[in-house]
Design a protein. Structure first.
Length: 216
């Protein structure tokens, strides 16, 4: 008999907790919140390439870079009427980050550091899988070495300061516990500098973790 009372008590607690999820935090009325805002962190690896440099042959080669940053995301709506908030078809994600790109040359590798902030619209084809598209705002922080050499020419590469808005498109897989992975292509649209008229594009692979901070 005691076991029956114990099982009944557990069932009542489970039913009560399930019912509570359908109400606001104060437990007074139905939870009408539909959207979720999340915060998190990410790490990124990239494979970068540079468009042709017209003045001399630099022997440009693609290179591997890295970076990381923050994740700020909003997921809108409910997928069905009974779904949790933040499970709808659309979302937006912003990732302010420090990213380094590497480009190989016949002289030595060019390493360019950026502050990047992709602003991505997310279209959820399934609860876990989504397509991402949007601008990636990039500002050059530094570059090295100071000079590279090609065909008896010395080319300044130590101050390639500029601003670029890359066109970004990709796909992402997200788990219920907040882990995600994304594969993206970033197409450079602006030249690095007046003395270095090339554009940097990159394929990037991102892994991250984000957690819900509030619903509205």
């Amino acid at each position: 008999m005691k076991k029956l009372f114990f099982l009944a008590a557990i069932m009542m607690m489970a039913i009560s907790a399930s019912a509570q999820d359908e109400f606001d935090d104060d437990g007074i009325g139905p939870d009408k919140r539909k959207n979720v805002v999340s915060l998190g962190i990410k790490a990124e690896g990239n494979y970068s390439s540079m468009s042709k440099y017209d003045d001399v042959d630099l022997g440009l080669k693609s290179g591997v870079g890295f970076g990381g940053g923050l994740v700020i995301a909003a997921h809108f709506g409910k997928r069905t009427q009974g779904s949790d908030p933040g499970t709808g078809l659309f979302g937006i994600q912003i990732e302010p980050s420090y990213i380094q790109h590497t480009i190989g040359t016949n002289s030595e590798d060019i390493k360019i550091s950026y502050f990047e902030a992709p602003v991505l619209m997310k279209f959820y084809l399934t609860p876990n899988f989504n397509i991402e598209v949007g601008p990636n705002f990039c500002a050059t922080l530094s570059s090295k070495p100071d000079y590279i050499y090609a065909e008896n020419s010395r080319i300044a590469t130590g101050d390639l300061k500029g601003f670029d808005v890359k066109a970004c498109v990709g796909a992402s897989y997200e788990t219920k516990n907040g882990l995600y992975a994304s594969l993206r292509y970033n197409l450079g649209t602006s030249e690095l500098a007046k003395n270095f008229k090339t554009k940097v594009s990159a394929i990037s692979f991102t892994v991250g973790y984000k957690f819900n901070i509030f619903k509205f």
